[in-house]
Design a protein around this ligand. Structure first.
Ligand SMILES: C[S@@+](CC[C@H](N)C(=O)[O-])C[C@H]1O[C@@H](n2cnc3c(N)ncnc32)[C@H](O)[C@@H]1O
Length: 268
């Protein structure tokens, strides 16, 4: 076994879609069930397959699982490696889906396309680094939803008074490959509304180990900051909140009791 010094980058784990995908794979079935369940509970009545948009779709793990269940999937992402991976996996499994390159802040969808649901989980929305960008993104998501359609956004909330450094570990495995992913977050800076993040992937493949590090800043959101942002998009009404356990029976309040929150927003 050999180990090389970490290669640091702002995108490393997205430039290696397979390893990113392995680390998140365990979440995919429960997120898929959650999207379907929340639509039955709060979404519009469907007369055909569910039309799903995934802004920042990454490796396409949810595009694949939802398409395999008969839904019509569209997704975009900024990272070309993730897009290529997502397209390839759909093609390989003979599944339908449209994937293109775009930004959360100023994306557009194919002409005339309307969606029953859009979802953006695992704090991805926090990559948008300005209030204007976040607002533009929410307005665009609202605009492409049909009336009564749902927007599901999952973000980690910040308690500025109590945000010690944090660490999470996930492990992904497939034959011949093992990935140990450690993510650290630094205490949030309330003034700049940023938290420094670092993910270190230890990849063991064909008897060799290498390390890739990704460093980036997330934009932070306290409950009050989320309320203020949502108040500027009246077309989206908050109808429920859950947590990252994706349990339909467990709802949450918008406070600091629990930090990993999924907002269920309905387009009026
Ligand atoms: C944590 S991953 C989530 C991917 C996918 N939604 C999932 O749940 O597996 C975040 C993704 O956001 C993409 N991303 C980051 N900033 C973006 C932006 N401004 N516009 C579009 N995509 C962005 C990254 O390339 C990455 O694929």
């Amino acid at each position: 076994m050999s180990s090389v010094p970490a290669k640091k980058s702002a995108t490393a784990w997205y430039d290696s879609p397979l390893y990113y995908d392995m680390v998140y794979a365990d979440y995919t079935p429960k997120e898929t069930r959650f999207i379907e369940g929340i639509m039955q509970r709060h979404g519009p009545k469907l007369t055909g397959p569910m039309r799903v948009l995934e802004p920042a779709c990454g490796s396409g793990r949810l595009l694949e699982s939802l398409s395999a269940r008969g839904h019509v999937v569209h997704g975009f992402d900024l990272n070309k490696h993730q897009i290529a991976f997502a397209k390839h996996r759909l093609k390989e499994k003979k599944l339908q889906g449209r994937v293109w390159r775009d930004r959360l802040q100023d994306f557009s969808v194919p002409k005339g396309a309307k969606f029953d649901v859009a979802h953006c989980f695992v704090s991805t929305f926090k990559y948008i680094d300005t209030e204007a960008g976040a607002l533009s993104s929410l307005r665009r998501m609202a605009a492409v939803l049909r009336p009564g359609g749902l927007l599901l956004i999952g973000i980690h909330l910040t308690d500025y008074k109590n945000c010690p450094p944090d660490h999470e570990r996930s492990i992904g495995r497939k034959p011949g490959v093992r990935v140990v992913s450690d993510t650290w977050s630094e205490p949030a800076n309330q003034k700049s509304r940023t938290e420094a993040m670092r993910t270190r992937m230890r990849i063991t493949e064909k008897g060799k180990t290498r390390i890739e590090e990704t460093c980036w800043d997330f934009r932070t959101y306290s409950p009050a900051e989320v309320r203020a942002l949502l108040a500027k998009v009246p077309a989206l009404k908050r109808v429920a909140m859950h947590d990252f356990h994706y349990d339909l029976e467990s709802t949450r309040k918008l406070n600091l009791e629990y930090s990993d929150i999924i907002f269920v927003l309905r387009k009026s």
